[in-house]
Design a protein around this ligand. Sequence first.
Ligand code: FE
Length: 187
Amino acid sequence: MKTIFALAFASTLLCCTARPETGSDTPVLSAALADSLPQGNPNPYYSRTDTTHLQVSNAEWKKVLPPDVYEVARNKDTERAFTGKYWDFTGVGIYYCAVCGNKLFTSDLKYASECGWPSFFEVERKNAVRYEHDTSYGMQRVEVLCGRCDSHLGHLFDDGPPPTGKRYCMNSNVLEFVPKIGLSSKQ
Ligand code: FE
């Protein structure tokens, strides 16, 4: 585990040559899924329209989230670099919080940082996320949390591309991408 973390951290420090993405990949979610949530979703807190701040215990989240999502979102785990489903994904659409459905990023805010995690230079709107000072593992970092459900999403770094110079370094498994073509007119 120490080795994995060391590699992940090294990648974080070494990465980030910004280059624009093409937006040509095949969407990963079907239109049916995009339109159906939360129908058929075992997570009763998920909503792409309700922005009410959630106060849900970890015990409750553990009942409704997949284990890998829970570990990142609620235990602040980090997925291994170059293993997540979105680190080099270039589909055109919207990224929601996989825990609560909060709208976080659009694909035009994503860039190829080459750090091994999906990276964005800006959030979709100011209150989409909130920030905390993170001193874990002997580092000084800015943690990024979902503005609606307070789940851990990743960290914010100052080595991103213009115009912000920021890199929102996210974990793929707490993001849910919905392709533009799959979004209903109500969303
Ligand atoms: Fe959330």
